[in-house]
Ligand binder design. Structure first.
Ligand code: ADP
Ligand code: MG
Length: 581
C-alpha cells in the first residue's frame, strides 16, 4: 500500500511529511529545504515554477508570479500571471504537485493519498476548495485537518504522559488560529477554536513597508499600483528586517529608488525592535480577540491554561511571546519548530488513519469551528420577516455530530419549503455564508405550522449532510454539500482538470540551476554598478552553457559564477553536497 502523506499547505510556506519508522518525518524539496514557499511563477517560456525559484522571480517580475493565494481559496476569483488566468485551487494544486514530486523522489514510489491541513477557521467553501486542489494535483484527500489540531497532535504524539490544558496559538503568513484543548495521556480533546482568516505575518511586513514609505511621504497602496517593482523589493527588505528583529535589537532597511533599484547608494531606514513593535501594535491587539473568544467558548480562564504552544513562523517575533507572558503569566512552549509542527501533526494524522501501531494509544476529537443552520422566517406583530438564522449545530460542538430540529410551514396550504443552509455566527443570514439549498415538497396542505424534520450531520472532514422529511413517513430529501455545491460547477471543475493537465512544469532536474539564474537576476538590481557588469557577464555565460548541453562548459561556467558570488560576499543558494562540506 502506498503511504498517506501529511501536507501543511500554508499561505507562505508549505511542507510535506510522512510517518515512517514510528515517527513523523519531514521531506526536503529539490533545493534541500523542508519549507517550500507557496509561490507560483510562469516563466516567459510558459513553463511553471513553484517554490523558491518562483519567490526569486517574484521580486523582479511580480506580474509573472502569485503568492498568498490561499487567502483566495473558496472565492470564485481568478488571478492573472504571465498572461494566463488561474483560480486559487489551481495555484494550490501546483504547490501540492511539487510537494508530491518531492515525496515520490524521497519514497521511491507513487504518492496518491494525503492528509491536508487548513486553518481551523476556514469555512466550508475554503475546505472544499482545498479538497479540490488536492484532486487537481492527483491526490485523494483522505482527511482535512485543522492546523492547530495538527500542531497539538504533534505535541501529543511526543508527550504521551501529559495531562494538561493547552492553548495553541498559530500565527502563519496569512491566518491566525487559536485552539483550546485538553490532553489526557494521549487523548486529545479539542474544546474550542477561533481565528481570523486575514491576519498573519505578511500583514506585519506590509505595515513595516508602509511605515518606511510614510517616512518618505509615500503611500503604500498608491506605490503598489504605480511602482510594483519598488514595492516588491522594499517588501523583501522589510521581510528580512522583520526576521532580523526577532533576534537583534535593530535592523537596517535599504530603500529602493522609484525604479526599484537597490545599490550601495540606497538610503537606509534603521529601525529598532521597540519601534517595530509600536508600528505593528494594532495587529498585536487584534490577536487578543480570537484568544478571548476561544477561552470564552471553552469556559476557561487564562490562569487555567497549563501551557501555551506556538505554531507558525510569525510567532518567532518576540512580541508574540511577550503578549503570552503579559496575558498568561507564562513563557510559551516551542520545543518543536513552529514552522514544522503542523506538517508533523498531519503525518501523525495519516498514521492514525492507517492504524499505525506507533499511534495506537493516541485518540483525538475535534470540533466544528462555525455554527451551521438554516434560514427562517420570523413573525413580528402579525407580519412575517424573512432572513433570520436558526442554528442547528452550534460552533465548537465535538464532531462527528448529528442533530435534528423541527421547522414548520408559515403560509396556509404551503406544500413545499426551500431549506437554505448557512454557516456563520450572525443573527441574519445575509451576514453568514450560504452553503447550499434543498427543496422539501410533498408537505400535506393545511394551516400554517405543518412540521418538517431537518437533520444535519457533520463529519470529521467538515462535510455537512442535510436531510429533511415530513414526519409520519414522508419522503426523505437529502443534500450532501460537497464541492459541487460550492462556487464551482461540474463543468468548471472539468475545465480546471483539463487546464492542469495542459500545464508544462519546468523540468525538475534543472530547477536548481534555474533558481540560481533567478537569484542572480535579482542580485543584478541590488549590487553596485561595477559588480553588476561582472555578474551579468558571468550569468550570460552560465545561461549559454546551460542551453549548450556541453557538460564541461556548464561546470566551468557554474564554477565561475559561484566564485564571483563568493567574491561579492554572497553565499551560493544552491550549494552542491561537495561544496557544502
Ligand atoms: P503559513 O503557515 O501561513 O505558510 P508560516 O508558518 O510558514 O506561514 O509563517 C510564515 C510567516 O512567518 C511569514 O509571514 C514570515 O514572515 C514569518 N516569519 C518566519 N520566520 C520569522 C522570523 N524569524 N521572525 C519573524 N517572522 C517570521
Ligand atoms: Mg501554517
Amino acid at each position: 500500500m502506498s503511504e498517506i502523506v501529511g501536507i501543511d499547505l500554508g499561505t507562505t510556506n508549505s511542507l510535506i511529511a510522512v510517518f515512517r519508522d514510528g515517527r513523523p518525518q519531514l521531506i526536503s524539496n529539490v533545493h534541500g529545504d523542508t519549507l517550500t514557499p507557496s509561490v507560483v511563477g510562469v516563466l516567459p517560456s510558459g513553463e511553471v515554477i513553484v517554490g523558491s525559484p518562483a519567490k526569486e522571480l517574484r521580486v523582479t517580475e511580480p506580474h509573472r508570479c502569485a503568492a498568498t493565494f490561499k487567502r483566495l481559496m473558496g472565492q470564485n476569483q481568478s488571478l492573472k500571471l504571465g498572461g494566463k488566468s488561474f483560480i486559487a485551487p489551481e495555484l494550490s494544486a501546483m504547490v501540492l504537485r511539487s510537494l508530491k514530486c518531492d515525496a515520490e523522489t524521497f519514497l521511491g514510489e507513487t504518492v496518491s493519498e494525503a492528509v491536508i491541513t487548513v486553518p481551523a477557521y476556514f469555512n466550508d467553501h475554503q475546505r472544499k476548495a482545498t479538497r479540490l486542489a488536492g484532486e487537481l494535483a492527483g491526490l485523494k484527500v483522505r482527511r482535512i485537518v485543522n492546523e492547530p489540531t495538527a500542531a497539538a497532535l504533534a505535541y501529543g504524539f511526543h508527550d504521551r504522559q501529559a495531562r494538561k490544558k493547552l492553548l495553541v496559538i498559530d500565527l502563519g503568513g496569512g491566518t491566525f488560529d487559536v485552539t483550546l484543548m485538553d490532553v489526557f495521556e494521549g487523548a486529545l480533546e479539542i474544546i474550542s477554536t477561533a481565528g481570523e482568516n486575514f491576519l498573519g505575518g505578511e500583514d506585519f511586513t506590509d505595515r513595516l513597508a508602509s511605515a518606511v514609505l510614510s517616512s518618505r511621504n509615500l503611500q503604500f497602496e498608491v506605490m503598489e499600483q504605480r511602482n510594483p517593482l519598488m514595492v516588491s523589493r522594499l517588501r523583501e527588505e522589510c521581510e528580512a528586517a522583520k526576521r532580523i528583529l526577532s533576534t537583534h535589537e535593530t535592523a537596517a532597511i535599504r530603500i529602493p529608488d522609484p525604479r526599484g533599484i537597490l545599490d550601495s547608494d540606497s538610503a537606509d531606514f534603521v529601525i529598532s525592535r521597540s519601534a517595530f513593535t509600536e508600528i505593528v501594535r494594532p495587529l498585536l491587539d487584534r490577536l487578543r480577540g480570537p484568544i478571548d473568544k476561544a477561552l470564552h467558548d471553552g469556559r476557561c480562564a487564562r490562569h487555567e491554561v497549563d501551557e501555551v504552544i506556538l505554531a507558525g513562523g510569525a510567532t518567532r517575533m518576540p512580541a508574540i511571546a511577550d503578549l503570552v507572558r503579559d496575558d498568561f503569566g507564562r513563557i510559551p512552549c516551542c520545543s518543536l519548530n513552529p514552522d514544522e509542527v503542523v506538517a508533523l501533526g498531519a503525518a501523525v494524522q495519516a498514521a492514525l488513519i492507517v492504524d499505525d501501531v506507533a499511534v495506537e494509544d493516541v485518540v483525538m476529537t475535534d470540533v466544528c469551528p462555525h455554527t451551521l443552520g438554516v434560514a427562517i422566517v420570523k413573525e413580528f406583530g402579525g407580519h412575517l420577516e424573512e432572513g433570520y438564522f436558526s442554528p442547528v449545530i452550534h460552533r465548537n460542538t465535538t464532531i462527528p455530530v448529528s442533530r435534528e430540529e423541527r421547522y414548520a410551514t408559515v403560509h396556509p396550504h404551503q406544500t413545499s419549503i426551500l431549506l437554505q443552509v448557512y454557516q456563520g455566527e450572525a443573527r441574519r443570514v445575509k451576514d453568514n455564508l450560504l452553503l447550499g439549498q434543498l427543496t422539501v415538497d410533498g408537505i400535506p396542505p393545511g394551516p400554517p405550522g405543518q412540521p418538517i424534520e431537518v437533520r444535519f450531520t457533520y463529519d470529521l472532514n467538515g462535510i455537512l449532510e442535510v436531510e429533511a422529511y415530513v414526519p409520519g413517513g414522508g419522503r426523505k430529501f437529502q443534500a450532501i454539500l460537497n464541492h459541487q455545491s460550492s462556487g464551482l460547477s461540474n463543468d468548471e471543475i472539468r475545465e480546471a482538470v483539463k487546464r492542469m493537465q495542459a500545464i508544462k512544469f519546468y523540468p525538475r532536474d534543472d530547477l536548481r540551476n534555474q533558481r540560481l539564474v533567478l537569484f542572480c537576476e535579482r542580485l543584478v538590481g541590488e549590487v553596485g554598478v561595477d559588480d553588476r557588469d561582472r555578474l551579468e557577464a558571468a550569468l550570460d555565460l552560465f545561461e549559454q552553457a546551460m542551453s549548450s548541453g556541453d557538460r564541461d562548459r556548464f561546470s566551468e561556467a557554474r564554477r565561475l559564477l559561484i566564485h564571483l558570488l563568493l567574491d561579492l560576499g554572497i553565499a551560493n543558494p544552491e550549494p552542491d553536497v561537495e561544496e557544502e562540506s
